[in-house]
Design a protein around this ligand. Structure first.
Ligand SMILES: [Zn+2]
Length: 807
C-alpha cells in the first residue's frame, strides 16, 4: 500500500490525478483499506498462533481464506494505463463504414430515495433510506443520413425493467415536443431497464409489482419519464453524422447461471455448441457486444452501447440505498475513464444494457446455506437443510464485506467496465455498413395465440399465470411479492395486498391444462380487478442498423432462450442481408443482440425444456410452455420490415393497445406531512461534526438537522457535496453521482417531523490531500400551506492527509 502511495500520490501539481483516473480507484479504496487491515491483522494472528500451536496454522489459513481477497487490484495502474494507450484522431475501422445520424444524451431519473420500497426483491420492508448513486436514463439515437425519419432511440434506464406506463408517458411527452420530434413513436422507441434492484419502485403499470410498493408513486414515475424524455432531447439535439463500429469481447467472472439444473434440461448437443472452455462452459453468455459511436466532424467518440447479461442483484435484499447496481457502476466507471481523454467528446455517454439476463446471477461464488452447515444450497431447488429456501443466499465476490453488497457490486461493475474499455481502445471493432436504419414494434396479445411450431405442431399460448416456484424467489433474493411470507397472515405489510387478496381467481381447467406442467399459484392474466395484474398484450420490437440487429425483449429471457431467439433472427436476417448487400458485396454476417427487460415487464422467458423444470424462471414464464416459441414466431413474422427496401410497418392506431394504468392505479404511498426541527435548532445545523484530520481511506461523517428528501428530488443536482479548497475558492469535487459519497436520511421524530441526515464520504486512497468541507442541500416542508423551502448545511473544514503522524 505504501509503495502505491509513493508511486501515485499526487505530491506535485502535475501528479494530480485526473478525474477519469481517479474514478477507476474510487470505491475500491475502502476495500483496499479493509484488505490492508485484514492482511496486517491476519499476519499478526498467524504469527502469534503459529508460535503457540504450529499445526493449527494450516487450519487457520484454510478458515481465513474467505476473509482474504484473492488478489489486490492495481486500480492505480489501470487508471493511468488506460489513458496512455489512447490515441487521438479518426478510428480506422469506423472510417470504412457508412455514415449515420448519431446522437447521445443522459439525464437524471432518481426518484424518491427514502420511504419508498425498492423495486426488484419485492420485499415491502425494504424501504429506501438514502442514496449511494444517482440513477440515469441514457439515450442513443441512430438515424439514416438520407432518410432522417428512419431512426430509432434506444434507452438504457437504471430501472428494474421497461414498463408500459413509463413508455406511454415518454411517447406522449415526445409528441408534445412538436414537429421536430414527430419521428419518434411506438415503432422506434425502446425503453430498456438495466435491471437494477436498488432503485425506488412504484412506477409500474400493472398491479402485481405495485403490491409491495403500496401502489403507484407518481413522483417516482415522473422522475423516470421526465428524465428519459430529457435524455432523448439531449441526444436529439446532438444528432450529427458519424460512424458506428461493433465488436465483442469476453467478460469473465461477472455472471454465473443461478438455475443450472434447469439449463441442463436443454439438449446436450445444443449445450455442447456453447461449451468453449472451463471458464466459458456455455451455461451463461460471456460475450459482451459493444457498439461504438463516433462523430464524423472531428473523429471523436461520443458514446458506447454494450450488451451483456448479469442480474442487477449485486446490491442485496437488505440494501436500502438507491444505486444503479453493477450496470450503473460500469457506466459510471466508463464515463469517468474517458473524461478529458483526447478522442472522447465532452458529454460522452456509456450505456451498459442488460441482455438475456433470466437465469444469470452476479453473485458468482454461488448459492450457500447461511445456516451454519457450510453447505451449498441444493442443486435442484436451492434449499437448505430445513428444506426451505430462506437460508439460501448467493455470494458476490466480496460477500464478507458488511456493506449490503456494495463492494461486490462495484467489483462486478468493474469486471464489465474493463473489457469494454479494452475493446473500445482496441482496433477490434468492425465498421457498421449499410446505411439502412429500420425498426418495427408490435403489440401482440399472448393470452390466446395459436400458431404452428417449425415442426408443424399447432400450439397456443395462454393468459398469464405464475407458478408456485415464483413465490419461492431465487438465491439472489427472498421470495417474491411476499406471498409465502404473508399467506394466511392478516398482519400483511402491504395495504394493497390486503385489498386485493380476496380477488385472487382460481384457474379454470382449461387454463391449468394450457400452463401444464406449471402448477398455477396465481392466475394473474385473468384478473382485471381493480385493473390488470400483469400484461397479456406484450411488446415485440426489433431495430436494425446495417448488419446490427437488436431484439428488444419485454421479459427476462434465459441464457438459452435468448440464444434461440437470436439464432432464429440471425438466420432470417442472413437471408435478408444477401439481398440487401447484393452478391458483389462481401457477405456481412448479421450481428444479433438481445436487450431487455424492455418496454413492459413480462417477467421471464425460458425454453420449453427449462419450463418443464419449473424453477423460479420457468414458473415466472407467463404464457405457458410455448412462450418463447410465440415471441420468436411474432418476431420472424415482422422481420421483413427490416429489409433495406421494406415499406414502413403499419401504424398502431388500428391495432390493439395494452392499458395505461398510470391514472387509475391505487396508491397508498403517504406524502410528506411536514418537516420540523428540534428546539433551538434550524434545518442544516450540524448535529455531529467532522473530525479535524483524516487519513486517506478513512470515512468522513457528518450529521445535519435534515428534512425529507422527497420534498425535492433535486434532479440534475445533488443532496450531498464534498467541497475542496482550491486556490482560495471552494470547489465541488464529489456529488451524488459518486459511488464514494453516501447520503443517509433518518426520521427521528414522527410527530414533529424531525429527521437527521448523515453524509459519509468514504475517502478514496487517491483522494487529494487538502482542505475540505461537506455540504448538504435540503428542502423542508412547512405544516401550514405545505410550502417547500430550500436550505443548506455545511460541516467544519477538515484536512485529508496521506498518512497520520504517529506521535
Ligand atoms: Zn430478474
Amino acid at each position: 500500500m505504501d509503495s502505491e502511495e509513493d508511486t501515485y500520490g499526487p505530491s506535485k501539481p502535475e501528479d494530480r490525478l485526473l478525474d477519469h483516473e481517479e474514478c477507476l480507484k474510487d470505491g475500491n479504496t475502502r476495500l483496499e483499506e479493509r484488505r490492508a487491515l485484514r492482511t496486517k491483522y491476519n499476519r499478526f494472528k498467524f504469527w502469534v498462533l503459529g508460535l503457540i500451536l504450529l499445526p493449527s496454522i494450516f487450519i487457520l489459513l484454510h478458515s481465513c481464506k474467505g476473509l482474504m481477497p484473492e488478489r489486490i487490484y492495481k486500480w492505480t495502474c489501470e487508471g493511468q494505463c488506460w489513458s496512455n494507450g489512447v490515441t487521438n484522431g479518426t478510428h480506422e475501422a469506423s472510417s470504412a463504414g457508412d455514415q449515420y445520424l448519431l446522437g447521445v444524451g443522459k439525464a437524471d431519473i432518481t426518484g424518491p430515495v427514502v420511504e419508498i420500497n425498492l423495486m426488484g426483491y419485492a420485499d415491502p420492508k425494504q424501504l429506501g433510506t438514502g442514496l449511494r448513486q444517482r440513477l440515469y436514463s441514457r439515450a442513443f439515437i441512430v438515424g439514416n443520413v438520407d432518410r432522417p425519419e428512419d431512426r430509432f432511440v434506444y434507452l438504457v434506464v437504471d430501472t428494474q425493467s421497461g414498463d408500459t406506463a413509463v413508455r406511454y408517458g415518454i411517447i406522449n411527452a415526445l409528441k408534445e415536443l412538436g414537429p421536430d420530434y414527430a419521428a419518434y413513436g411506438h415503432h422506434n422507441v425502446a425503453v430498456t431497464g438495466t435491471h437494477s434492484h436498488a432503485g425506488p419502485g412504484g412506477w409500474l403499470n400493472y398491479l402485481l409489482p405495485q403490491i409491495t410498493s403500496k401502489g403507484f408513486d407518481r413522483q417516482g414515475y415522473h422522475a423516470i419519464v421526465d428524465g428519459a424524455v430529457l435524455s432523448i432531447k439531449r441526444a436529439h439535439e446532438s444528432l450529427q453524422p458519424g460512424y458506428l463500429s461493433i465488436g465483442t469481447t469476453k467478460v469473465l467472472g461477472a455472471n454465473i447461471n443461478r438455475s443450472l439444473f434447469a439449463y441442463l434440461a436443454n439438449p446436450a448437443e445444443e449445450r455442447a455448441r456453447y461449451n468453449v472452455s472451463a471458464e466459458d462452459d456455455g451455461s451463461v453468455e460471456k460475450d459482451m457486444t459493444l457498439l461504438k459511436f463516433q462523430r464524423a466532424s472531428d473523429g471523436k467518440n461520443i458514446g458506447i452501447l454494450t450488451w451483456f447479461p448479469t442480474h442487477g442483484t449485486s446490491m442485496l435484499g437488505n440494501n436500502t440505498l438507491i444505486a444503479g447496481d453493477n450496470k450503473g457502476v460500469a457506466a459510471y466507471l466508463f464515463e469517468k475513464s474517458v473524461k478529458g481523454v483526447d478522442n472522447a467528446a465532452e458529454g460522452f455517454v456509456a450505456g451498459f444494457s442488460q441482455a438475456n439476463v433470466g437465469d444469470t446471477s452476479p453473485n458468482v461464488l454461488g448459492a450457500w446455506c447461511e445456516d451454519g452447515s457450510g453447505e451449498m444450497c441444493s442443486f435442484e431447488n436451492s434449499t437448505c437443510s430445513d428444506g426451505k429456501s430462506q437460508q439460501c443466499h448467493a455470494r458476490g465476490p466480496y460477500f464478507r464485506a458488511k456493506d449490503n453488497g456494495a463492494s461486490s457490486c462495484f467489483e462486478i461493475g468493474r469486471r464489465q467496465f474493463e473489457p469494454a474499455r479494452a475493446l473500445y481502445d482496441s482496433q477490434n471493432t468492425k465498421p457498421v455498413k449499410g446505411g439502412w436504419v429500420k425498426s418495427f414494434h408490435t403489440f401482440h396479445n399472448m393470452s390466446d395465440f395459436t400458431f404452428q411450431l417449425p415442426n408443424g405442431t399447432v400450439v397456443r399460448t395462454c393468459p398469464a399465470a405464475l407458478g408456485y416456484s415464483f413465490a419461492a424467489g431465487t438465491s439472489d433474493g427472498p421470495g417474491a411479492f411476499d406471498f409465502t411470507q404473508h399467506d394466511g397472515n392478516e398482519n400483511t405489510t402491504s395495504p394493497v395486498w390486503k385489498l386485493v387478496r380476496g380477488l385472487l381467481k382460481a384457474p379454470s381447467e382449461e387454463q391449468k391444462a394450457c400452463h401444464s406442467p406449471k402448477p398455477i399459484l396465481m392466475d394473474v392474466g385473468e384478473m382485471y380487478n381493480p385493473y390488470q395484474w400483469t400484461p397479456n398484450v406484450v411488446d415485440v420490437q426489433v431495430f436494425r442498423v446495417g448488419q446490427l440487429v437488436i431484439v428488444v425483449s419485454p421479459g427476462e429471457a434465459s441464457t438459452m432462450a435468448g440464444r434461440r431467439w437470436k439464432e432464429n433472427v440471425r438466420d432470417a436476417s442472413a437471408a435478408m442481408f444477401r439481398h440487401d448487400y447484393g452478391p458483389s458485396t462481401e457477405a456481412l454476417e448479421p450481428v444479433v443482440v438481445l436487450g431487455g427487460p424492455a418496454n413492459s415487464y413480462t417477467h421471464y422467458i425460458t425454453t420449453q425444456e427449462e419450463y418443464g423444470i419449473q424453477r423460479y424462471e420457468g414458473a415466472s414464464t407467463l404464457y405457458g410452455p410455448h412462450t418463447l416459441a410465440a415471441y420468436i414466431k411474432v418476431t420472424l413474422a415482422n422481420l421483413p420490415y427490416l429489409a433495406a427496401s421494406a415499406a414502413n410497418p403499419p401504424d398502431h392506431k388500428d391495432g390493439i393497445f395494452p392499458p395505461d394504468n398510470s391514472n387509475r392505479s391505487l396508491s397508498f404511498v403517504p406524502g410528506v406531512v411536514m418537516d420540523g426541527t428540534p428546539l433551538f435548532k434550524k434545518f442544516g445545523d450540524v448535529v455531529e461534526d467532522v473530525d479535524k484530520v483524516y487519513q486517506r481511506g478513512a470515512e468522513v461523517r457528518v450529521k445535519f438537522v435534515g428534512a425529507n428528501p422527497r420534498n425535492n428530488l433535486r434532479l440534475e443536482q445533488t443532496y450531498a457535496a464534498v467541497e475542496m479548497m482550491d486556490q482560495y475558492e471552494w470547489k465541488t469535487v464529489r456529488d451524488d453521482s459518486d459511488w464514494s459519497l453516501v447520503f443517509n436520511w433518518k426520521r427521528t421524530n414522527e410527530i414533529f417531523g424531525h429527521s437527521e441526515v448523515e453524509i459519509v464520504w468514504e475517502t478514496e486512497e487517491w483522494a487529494e490531500p487538502g482542505m475540505y468541507r461537506i455540504r448538504y442541500y435540503g428542502d423542508a416542508k412547512s405544516l401550514v400551506g405545505g410550502k417547500i423551502t430550500p436550505f443548506e448545511g455545511v460541516s467544519e473544514v477538515f484536512t485529508v492527509v496521506t498518512a497520520l503522524r504517529k506521535d
